[in-house]
Design a protein around this ligand. Sequence first.
Ligand SMILES: [Zn+2]
Length: 393
Amino acid sequence: MRLILISIDAVSGVDAAKLLSLPNIRHLAENGAFLRNMQTVYPTLTYPIHASIMTGCYPDRHGIAHNHLPGQLTLPPKMRKWYWEIGQIRCKTLYQAFSERKIPCASILWPVSGKNPYVRYNFPEVLALPGENPTLKMLRYGSPAWILHMEALYGRQRKSTDQPDLDDYAALLAEKVILARKFGFLAIHLVDCDAMRHRFGVNSPESDAALSRLDARIGRIRDAVRQASLDRETVFCLVSDHGQKDCRVSICLDRLLRERNLGRAQSLGMGAYVFPRNTEETIRELSKNAAQWGIREICTRDQLNRFHAPGGIPLAVDAADGVRFTDEGDEPHGGDHGFSLNEPQSRVIFLLSGAAKYAFKSFDSCSVVDIAPTLSRLFSLSMPDTDGKNLLL
Ligand SMILES: [Zn+2]
């Protein structure tokens, strides 16, 4: 049996009706098991969540605390390095578990997957910072011989490295891996919808068009599986990381704290980490100014512990409705995430389809940390120390 794990960024259970109106996703859901209320993890940012999907562990164990690496608050956000390397994840990943069974892995645009010793065909998600060469960076973090080979054959078909062109190229790479039958586990992360929702808003025509393109890419992947005569031995797993909410106003919380010598803030989008100079004083000022600074709730470390937030974060805040925190400037914005786990957009989808009939157990709650243990049971992998549980009957 083979697994194709497709992550669709910035889609939540709130979008379920839209997703199920699209032909390929509807087909997979009607012939498989589908959940629309899976709880994502805190913070609701792409990199921590994808690390939880890959490990079955919460951020307090896998250590991916943000998209950005820590200790860079003095740099402008555009210059900050991200968690690009698999070695930064402190827990065992599905890649390692498949490799132990000698099952070849391929990975396309998956976050925190660079320099991955377990992946034979790796086109990781790495962002070239100002002054860096995107191609050289990709070669350094991914599988250089394969990337160059694909680039020579198909690079000209890619109009740009922005969305939606990059997702189209990612789908093309997936097709080629599938047609060559060179994988047992293929993970692919599709980002088009996240990009459009950030720019144009959650339910904009541009974002709806991104959902249709997403379904068409899933269709291309399904076609490749059929063409390679792998339909009877392939399991499709669709997951998502977080939804988005529309923003009306941007507030630079870091500047407000710095101006009053209260400490620093690091934006999560619709929330922020706070690094106070004096915890009690900062909490007092945050509470006093909550309405003006767009703060809905202050989370102490005790509260953060309850939802397994990453270590090293003394304090956090959730934004009021329609507010987005920035680390510099007040630029206008469409949608965003980084909100609390109370938001309906923090409930995401999980779909298993193909190869056999699947059904989930009934349970009180389920979380994205249950994905890896569920896949691990289905493929008889060894992942003995996860936080999550198997959901399959
Ligand atoms: Zn995301």
